[in-house]
Design a protein around this ligand. Structure first.
Ligand code: SAM
Length: 271
């Protein structure tokens, strides 16, 4: 498979430490991408031991991103900020948005410089899209970034995407406060679109321990805790639900498996 071979020599930008696993590259390995190294694959393999359907869980997440971004573009949203966007993979936010609205503008933000290195090549031809290397917890800095301001008019509605990244913010880092700052800065008519690992008792406690040990982050929160991030916003139907249940294109058989319940997502509008 692609994931078992080394990226070609000269692939990695020199300032990237490939001996320590990175969240972006572990996620790429789980998705079956090729932009990862042995240290990343060790963590990805451990993850799959806990959740053998880990790859499907990641694919559900990408599929939901796609459905929701197209939905937002259909509602008239023309600008998107994708925080913790990850390495480019199949059907990224700008492709989903621009498939509906070719003039849609997308700013990707990730604190892993490898995302910029790979994103640049992909986006060289797309002047409505850019990648910024920044820690999204520093919301003021992110929103003031000149490359973001070049594409995003904060007086107009924005689709703010936080997919699979708030669970990489530990409790003492005030995830709700960070999200609140973005929400407050955005114009009426903006949307918060977020997915997050869901706690399922012992089944996820061990997985959480493993991720905290290997990556330093990876929190599983309850649906009630995740729901608080949307407080005061108008949740779009069907609300905060396990990923496969958000406006599925085909009926989803119940009961759901752990893989299907590993991540939940919601989309909500700021009035
Ligand atoms: N959003 C993509 C998705 O859902 O398919 C990628 C999710 S991946 C699990 C999480 C991404 O968030 C990684 O690329 C990681 O580098 C990035 N990330 C983690 N903490 C971050 C932070 N504090 N600021 C910016 N990006 C961060």
């Amino acid at each position: 498979s692609q994931a078992s071979s080394e990226p070609p020599a000269g692939w990695a930008p020199t300032d990237i430490d490939v001996s320590t696993p990175s969240i972006a590259r572990v996620y790429d390995a789980i998705l079956g991408g090729k932009d990862n190294f042995p240290a990343d694959r060790v963590v990805a393999d451990q993850f799959m031991q806990f959740v053998p359907g880990g790859r499907e869980a990641a694919q559900y997440n990408r599929a939901l991103l796609n459905r929701g971004v197209r939905y937002l573009a259909e509602q008239g949203v023309r600008q998107f900020i994708d925080l913790g966007s990850g390495l480019p993979t199949v059907s990224n936010t700008h492709q989903a948005a621009q498939s509906v609205a070719p003039d849609a503008r997308v700013v990707y933000v990730d604190n892993d410089p490898i995302v910029l290195a790979h994103g640049r090549a992909l986006l060289a031809e797309n002047r409505n899209t850019t990648v910024i290397t920044a820690d999204f917890r520093h919301s003021q800095k992110v929103l003031a970034h000149p490359d973001l301001r070049a594409l995003i008019d904060l007086d107009q509605p924005v689709g703010l995407i936080l997919f699979g990244v708030v669970h990489h913010i530990n409790d003492d880092e005030d995830p709700a406060g960070v999200i609140r700052h973005y929400r407050d800065a955005l114009a009426a008519g903006s949307y918060l679109f977020l997915t997050h690992f869901v706690a399922h008792g012992e089944q996820t406690t061990e997985l959480e321990k493993m991720l905290l040990a290997d990556l330093g982050t990876g929190r599983f929160r309850t649906l009630a805790e995740i729901g608080e991030y949307f407080d005061g916003l108008d949740l779009v139907e069907p609300g905060l639900v396990y990923n496969p249940l958000w406006r599925p294109q085909e009926p989803v058989p119940e009961p759901l498996t752990l893989t299907e319940k590993l991540v939940a997502g919601g989309l909500a509008r700021k009035a």
